[in-house]
Design a protein around this ligand. Structure first.
Ligand code: EPU
Length: 448
């Protein structure tokens, strides 16, 4: 067992081992609870935007440059996926820049070994179909947070004239001619389905109208980049997207929208530790409900230059939450708020409407002494004055973040396994926590 240098950037740590052997490495976090987090952090670009921006690059031959790219495992997986499709991809961690050189001819098959590691790989489906007239994408795995179907992606592509079959674990989509615009209605404002259909429609013949689309800031970000590439899109950020197909797109340089979920995680960290954190490169307008909830819990939130500051000087009050598509309360902050409620005064009802398995995290939190009962998609959290440190396992990215937050206030040592989940979405998490005063270390169990 040895300490991992937390100051090494993610890709440097990964550099010691291949992406494939990364799974075999057992890294753990040890957190000693107690103490306020005080100071300043800067949030990077959003994971859930940049992965799709990287896929959108496939739509244009030439060199796309993405700025403010987070140093996280999922970006490395997406980079590898694009390389397998024939692109040259370089990621300069020092400047947070990714450069993607897209060739005239692309391969159109995304294999299971990468797709199984990251469900977001499915976002190459739309661009590949648009560029190559064919796409074969292994059916994804990813987070352990529920069934997560693809029916709306497929139905949308069929509406645009594609054929789609599921064979031998692959989703195979093809189209003899260019896709043609049509009206598509989504049963649910799915982020992924909106992106797939949008990216397939930008070069279709004619006009596509997609109704009941997702309105997340990350969708707006993709629309902004596609528009700069020459796409004709209106309605970004509303429930209806209208896309007038164009013949071809050009590569661009684009800055990724800040990660509102990482910003929200830092905000909860300030409140749960009764601390004072200034979060830069963060947008309050992307987190309105979550910040309102923190104010209800007793925190003070003030807008500052390029971000906001969250201060707390008392034990938090419990807050009910109901997860919903944007602009509702984000499911990706639900575990962090359960952790907060676990040490709050009073009881809170948490309703999860997007991913049924996200409550798996509750069993881990219970190991720290949290009092949480679940029934279907509801959880009743009764706040306790003190949690107690224990070994726990992160079951997905946000569960990992929630467990770290709980560990920050639990008495004694909390050991967190499944660190690779946290690496998928949080860049520089441990060094940033240390700078804010947390007593946390990362330990590499496989090293001598
Ligand atoms: N759904 C279907 N059929 C479909 C598509 C979706 O039934 O064809 C269902 C899913 O099963 C799920 C719900 O619709 O119950 C929402 O799924 P959505 O498509 O909106 O989510 P996603 O695109 O799979 C993205 C983020 C998630 C985030 C959700 C909701 C990425 C890579 N992932 O997932 O992020 O929770 O939107 O905001 O963008 C995370 O970052 O930790 C994470 C899980």
């Amino acid at each position: 067992m040895s300490f991992t240098n937390p100051n090494l950037r993610f890709a440097d740590r990964l550099g010691k081992r291949s992406l494939n052997s990364y799974d075999e490495v057992v890294e753990i976090l040890k957190v000693v609870g107690g103490g306020r987090l005080v100071g300043e952090v800067r949030v990077t670009g959003a994971k859930n935007s940049v992965l799709k921006l990287m896929a959108a690059a496939l739509l244009a031959e030439g060199t796309t440059t993405l700025l403010d790219v987070p140093d996280i495992l999922d970006v490395e997986i997406m980079a590898e996926l694009l390389r397998r499709l024939g692109c040259e991809v370089s990621h300069d961690q020092a400047t947070s820049m990714v450069i993607i050189i897209v060739p005239a001819e692309l391969d159109h098959r995304a294999d299971y070994d990468l797709v199984r590691r990251m469900r977001a790989s499915i976002c190459v489906l739309g661009p590949l179909l648009a560029r190559c007239g064919a796409a074969e994408v292994a059916l994804p795995g990813g987070d352990n947070i529920g069934s997560r179907g693809l029916d709306m992606h497929v139905e949308g592509l069929i509406k645009l004239g594609a054929r789609a079959v599921n064979e031998h674990g692959y989703l195979i989509a093809s189209s003899q001619q260019r896709l043609r615009g049509d009206s598509v209605y989504l049963d649910f404002p799915s982020v992924g389905a909106t992106e797939t259909i949008l990216m397939a429609a930008v070069t279709a013949v004619g006009t596509t109208i997609i109704d009941n689309v997702a309105r997340e800031p990350e969708i707006v970000d993709i629309c902004t980049m596609l528009s700069a590439m020459g796409a004709n899109i209106s309605g970004a950020g509303t429930s209806t997207l209208t896309i007038v197909g164009v013949d071809a797109l050009q590569p661009v340089t684009h800055r990724t929208v800040p990660d509102r979920i990482v910003a929200g995680t830092w905000a909860v960290a300030a409140v749960i530790t009764q601390g004072d954190i200034t979060i830069r490169n963060a947008r309050v307008e992307h987190l309105e409900i979550a910040l309102e909830k923190l104010a209800t819990a007793g925190a003070t939130v003030t807008v500052v230059d390029d971000g906001f500051r969250v201060t707390m000087d008392q034990r938090p009050l419990s807050v009910d939450i109901v997860t919903l598509p944007y602009p509702g309360f984000p499911t990706d902050l639900q575990p962090q708020f359960i952790a907060l409620n676990a040490v709050a005064i009073g009881a809170a009802l948490v309703t999860e409407n997007l991913f049924e398995a996200r409550f798996r995290f509750v069993q881990e939190l219970a190991r720290l002494g949290a009092d949480v009962r679940t029934d279907g998609h509801h959880a009743l959290v009764r706040g306790r004055s003190q949690l107690s440190g224990a070994p726990v396992e992160a079951t997905d990215i946000r569960a990992g973040a929630g467990l770290v937050l709980a560990g920050l206030v639990a008495e004694g040592v909390t050991t967190i396994y499944g660190v690779s989940h946290i690496d998928r979405g949080y860049a520089e998490f441990v060094p940033d926590l240390q700078r804010l005063g947390a007593r946390i270390i990362r330990i590499d169990e496989d090293a001598d």
